[in-house]
Design a protein around this ligand. Structure first.
Ligand SMILES: [Zn+2]
Length: 601
């Protein structure tokens, strides 16, 4: 398996800015010489992530995640080191040396990288088809739905031709294997026989992009009227997981970050038509209900979400379900209702962006929305006391559980009790009491944030970094923060003096880079062997205030290491009974020369 040369890796690291990279995923705010933001590696509510443009590192002060550009991408995108290098090389437009261009592939095994290239190929293929004569019907449809040519281009729309094998034939001519097409979800195996056929046929294609604008899936709108399924989506693949992705986030992220507000719709055109009209921050779920992963993703950019519902659709149940997922992430939720008979797309086309923006601005909070719907149900229940009672109980339950997760405070809880009491002609105090009773029955921690999916490669392995002798740590810490002192240390100790396996590994590279005169943090972080020690490395890098006082710290630490070595050497000689050597050693150190290694043999 070919490996990238160190020179190439360093080149990629130098071409990548950590602030820019991390900023693609989380909102960063400038604070002094650094940037801060919500850490994506733990359930963060106060910005714990610091990113240093000077040192080109990131570090979370809560969960300990940290490292350089490669560590971040590996941890966030769950990539291997070579995959991360390749990705950043592509982003920086650095040509990947041809001898490394073939990724190793296991038998029939397909990796993310191949899939990514497959998706790019398919996106381009569909785009070109839309501009052929065969694309006319699809273009007409897109125009009829209100999309401009500019938008069709901007959003990457395409046509899946009315054919069983248009895409697969084109892919085969390009040397793309069936395994890749299958793994990308673009073809389907024929049942009971050999061969495959294209999944998307005679459809207007909406590519779905990730945050870095790589196509990861497709939605396809049927162009034939008699087609049963109006919309179909890519199945979940290595790249694409519907329950975690939001359509349009790549275009809306900056607006969401700036305004703090995300507008959530359901569907491709409901996203694109508002975006085209400059209604900002619109994203959509893709055929799934909102999950806590969606909300967690949004909470990195937004502090408030506005759900846009059709008047005739979902309503209360959907709002209540959404409220539950948002509660755990402490995002405020409001609900905007599109007047009957419309969806967001039609509404914007008919009434304009201003009307849509006003609808969003004026949207009541989710609790109010649910209360209003509950009251309608309550009235509709008429004399049915059991139903009335259930409706009220369920609403009080919702208030109580929301309050228990901090989604609403005591004041708001009291207001809601007043409100309900007034409408039902029941004393608010009674309702308050009922809520207290409900609160006692509440299960604890039912919305605790889910555990991280897998071990974060940005975190040091526990065994590797426990029991690190302070003196060894101090030496490395001084050297990476003040490389000028490298020679001072190197003339007295060397990497073999480090007993901690983690620091021994780091020291070998510190010495290698230091001897060559370019000991820099970003170079260390770009060393493949150190990639699992990224968090330890940045933990030692002085972020923010320089700790200064390096020289005495270094001298003290080196003295200590040498004394320890002396002790060990003496112990070893004593056990062998080599008195002569032991005397030499003792003499050497008795002269007070702690500066140099003794020459014994
Ligand atoms: Zn963290």
């Amino acid at each position: 398996m070919a490996r990238f040369s160190e020179l190439f890796i360093q080149q990629v690291a130098q071409a990548t800015d950590v602030v820019e990279l991390v900023g693609q995923y989380i909102a960063l705010t400038k604070k002094g010489r650094e940037f801060v933001g919500l850490c994506p590696f733990h359930d963060d509510h106060n910005p714990s992530m610091r990113v240093s443009p000077v040192k080109q590192i990131y570090k979370c002060f809560s969960c300990g995640a940290g490292g350089g550009v490669f560590n971040f991408l590996m941890a966030y995108e769950k990539l291997s080191f070579p995959e991360a290098v390749r990705r950043l090389a592509e982003q920086a437009n650095i040509a990947i040396p041809s001898e490394y261009d073939q990724q190793p592939r296991a038998e029939g095994g397909v990796n993310k990288d191949l899939l990514r290239r497959m998706m790019t190929f398919a996106t381009e293929f569909y785009r070109r088809q839309l501009q052929t004569p065969a694309g006319k019907a699809a273009l007409d449809y897109a125009h009829k739905r209100g999309l401009t040519d500019e938008s069709i281009e901007r959003f990457g729309l395409g046509l899946a031709p009315d054919s069983w094998d248009a895409l697969s034939s084109a892919a085969r001519r390009k040397g793309i294997s069936e395994a890749v097409l299958l793994a990308a979800g673009l073809i389907i195996r024929r049942e009971g026989s050999t061969g495959c056929y294209d999944r998307f046929r005679n459809r207007l294609m909406f590519p779905i992009f990730d945050l870095t604008s790589n196509a990861i899936g497709f939605g396809g709108r049927a162009l034939a009227d008699d087609e049963q399924a109006k919309y179909i989506n890519s199945p979940d693949t290595l790249l694409f997981d519907k329950s975690g992705e939001l359509y349009g986030l790549n275009w809306s992220r900056d607006a969401i970050r700036n305004s703090g507000r995300a507008v959530i719709v359901e569907g491709y055109l409901d996203t694109l038509i508002p975006l085209q009209a400059d209604v900002e921050g619109v994203v959509a779920t893709m055929g799934t209900a909102l999950t806590d992963r969606h909300v967690r993703m949004l909470s990195r950019f937004a502090n408030e979400a506005v759900l846009v519902f059709d008047a005739d659709a979902a309503g209360t149940a959907a709002a209540e379900r959404a409220l539950e997922v948002f509660i755990s992430q402490q995002l405020q939720v409001r609900v905007a209702t599109i007047p009957a008979g419309n969806d967001p797309c039609d509404f914007v086309l008919a009434q304009g962006a201003g009307a849509m923006t006003k609808l969003i601005d004026d949207a009541p909070d989710a609790m109010q929305y649910i209360l209003d719907r509950r009251m309608e149900q309550y009235k509709a229940a008429g004399d049915n006391l059991a139903d009335r009672r259930r409706i009220i109980d369920e609403f009080l339950q919702l208030i109580v559980s929301s309050a228990s997760y901090g989604a609403i405070d005591e004041v708001r809880r009291g207001q809601l009790a007043q409100h309900v009491g007034h409408m039902l002609n029941v004393p608010a105090a009674d309702l308050q009491q009922q809520m207290r009773r409900l609160a006692r029955r509440l299960p604890r921690g039912n919305y605790e944030s889910s555990p991280p999916d897998q071990l974060d490669p940005g975190l040091p392995a526990a065994e590797a970094t426990t029991d690190i002798p302070l003196s060894e740590r101090n030496v490395i810490e001084v050297l990476i923060n003040d490389p000028e002192l490298f020679d001072t240390a190197a003339e007295r100790i060397d990497p073999e003096d480090f007993t901690s396996p983690a620091l021994h590994t780091i020291a070998r590279h510190v010495w290698r880079l230091g001897s060559a005169g370019h000991l820099h943090m970003d170079e260390l972080l770009a060393v493949e062997e150190l990639v699992n020690l990224g968090a330890l490395l940045v933990d030692m890098a002085a972020v923010g205030e320089d700790r200064g006082n390096y020289e005495p710290t270094l001298t003290g630490a080196v003295d200590h290491i040498i004394l320890r070595r002396r002790q060990a050497e003496a112990d070893a000689l004593r056990s062998t009974g080599d008195d002569d050597a032991l005397r030499k050693l003792t003499d050497h150190y008795r002269q007070g020369d702690l500066r140099r290694r003794p020459k014994i043999s």
